[in-house]
Design a protein around this ligand. Structure first.
Ligand code: C2E
Ligand code: MG
Ligand code: MG
Ligand code: MG
Length: 280
């Protein structure tokens, strides 16, 4: 009743705004129910080394309300705003660890690493470290196979706390990659303070790398700097042989993108693993 009155007063205030709010509330409750109903899936996108050999995957979240695929750009922002990203992110972490556990039980796949995206809100939850520890222990995995992808927005705030948390997780064996590197605002000064293992070169630079010397120069600089800091580099969004060629010329160590494979549902990913194991 109080809620109804509140809604009416908003509707009175601005009909367009009300429509937007209604749509958001619908999406929010659909997300919540979707989580209960098991409508989320992880897709796996291959990551390869300089020789094109499979070294792991990035887990990418997909939502299937009424069977239709919905991509993360359609719901992650709202999930972050509403805090739903916390249980959703926990689901992702548990599903990823369960998958890693399967890989680690098979000789042919035990070397594979699985990268998992972590949003700022999720990382800054009071019990984030404990939740990760729990997922790792419950699944029985060797945490070295788990790589958390943080964006610069995660490490921008409360740097002290971020460094502490990363150190605790690093002790467990968890690896860290800085996603979309080069697009954010993080100062180079604290790159060296964070226990990172890898910088992930944003696909924006990769896109322009063949036609725009500036992009190629930036990528060169990122790879060189990573090397001096003892970090590995991976390029995301690699779509063409030409792009990969330039990246190899910059001594970039790994790649991910449509050139090597799209994000795949589990059945197709397993088929890829099978082909991979037969080809060696
Ligand atoms: P991201 O982590 O930077 O992931 C890379 C995005 O680039 C993915 O989009 C992937 O499908 C896409 N991509 C990969 N290769 C290529 C390529 O060669 N060309 C082009 N044009 N695109 C490529 P996707 O799957 O739609 O995910 C978008 C973003 O949603 C991700 O960006 C990530 O920030 C977020 N996200 C995805 N899954 C999760 C999750 O489980 N948790 C959180 N917090 N965020 C997630
Ligand atoms: Mg990512
Ligand atoms: Mg990225
Ligand atoms: Mg990106």
């Amino acid at each position: 009743q109080a809620k109804d009155a509140g809604r009416n007063s908003i509707r009175f205030f601005n009909p367009r705004m009300q429509a937007t709010l209604d749509a958001r509330m619908k999406l929010e409750s659909a997300l919540r129910e979707g989580l209960d109903r098991g409508e989320f899936r992880l897709y796996y996108q291959p990551q390869v080394d300089r020789d094109g050999r499979l070294i792991g995957a990035e887990a990418l979240l997909r939502w299937f309300p009424d069977g239709q695929l919905v991509g993360p750009d359609q719901f992650i922002p709202l999930a972050e705003e509403t805090g739903l990203i916390v249980p959703l992110g926990q689901w992702v972490l548990d599903a990823a660890c369960a998958q890693l556990s399967r890989w680690q039980q098979d000789e042919a796949t035990r070397h594979l690493q699985l990268a998992v995206n972590v949003s700022a809100r999720q990382f800054h939850e009071a019990d984030f470290v404990e939740r990760v520890r729990h997922s790792v222990e419950a699944s029985g995995i060797d945490a070295c196979g788990l790589k958390l992808e943080l964006t610069e927005s995660v490490v921008l705030e409360h740097v002290e706390e971020v460094v502490n948390r990363m150190h605790v997780l690093h002790e467990l064996g968890v690896r860290f990659s800085l996603d979309d590197f080069g697009t954010g605002y993080s100062s180079l000064a604290y790159l060296r303070r964070l226990p990172l293992d890898q910088l992930k070169i944003d696909q924006g630079f990769v896109r322009g790398i063949v036609d725009h010397p500036e992009d190629a120069a930036i990528v060169d600089a990122i790879v060189a700097m990573s090397g001096s800091l003892g970090l590995a580099t991976i390029a995301e969004g690699v779509e063409t042989d030409e792009q990969w060629h330039v990246l190899l010329g910059s001594a970039c160590q790994a790649g991910q993108g449509y050139l090597f494979g799209r994000p795949l549902p589990l059945e197709q990913w397993d088929a890829l693993l099978l082909r991979e194991s037969e080809s060696v």
